[in-house]
Design a binder for this molecule. Structure first.
Ligand code: VL7
Length: 137
């Protein structure tokens, strides 16, 4: 059983969000704001059902999914695309494949040294984010 992803996590590093947003076709003015954000990730779990919230002073984004169940995702407020998504455990990584207009799109979450790691993929670009647990939030 992999370490729990649940909790409130605050961003400590963010590498190549710019490249990831470029691959998604995000406008230059939104990218300029987005790269400066300190994101918070709140992950809740009930059985195999997850809620992942990405919070910031600019925008919030929430996705709900069941592990192993394909679902329709609308990336509202991000790139505003309708995609099909499927989340699975691959070893200790919670991996999401996002099928749609953009190729090789998805993300992976895992725990390493008490930190929450996230890689966001799109068309060959990889954004790497690390979050530390906020026990007070
Ligand atoms: C979603 C940034 C960049 C558009 C607004 C700035 C960002 C934050 O997909 C994500 O997380 C997964 C895994 O935890 C669960 O949904 C990351 C945010 C990353 C996306 C695109 C810039 C617009 C505001 C909500």
């Amino acid at each position: 059983m992999p370490a729990s992803l649940c909790g409130t996590w605050d961003m400590v590093s963010n590498v190549n969000l710019e490249g990831y947003m470029m691959a998604l076709g995000i406008s230059a003015c939104v990218r300029k704001i987005a790269v400066k954000l300190k994101l918070r990730k709140v992950i809740e779990q009930q059985g195999d059902q997850y809620i992942a919230k990405t919070l910031s002073i600019f925008k919030n984004y929430t996705v709900c999914f069941g592990v192993g169940e394909e679902f329709a995702e609308f990336t509202k407020g991000l790139d505003n695309r309708h995609i099909k998504a499927l989340v699975k455990w691959e070893g200790n990584k919670l991996v999401c494949e996002q099928i749609g207009e953009k190729k090789n799109r998805g993300w992976a979450h895992w725990i390493e040294e008490d930190k929450l790691h996230l890689e966001l993929y799109c068309e060959g670009e990889v954004c790497k984010q690390v979050f530390k647990k906020n026990a007070l939030a």
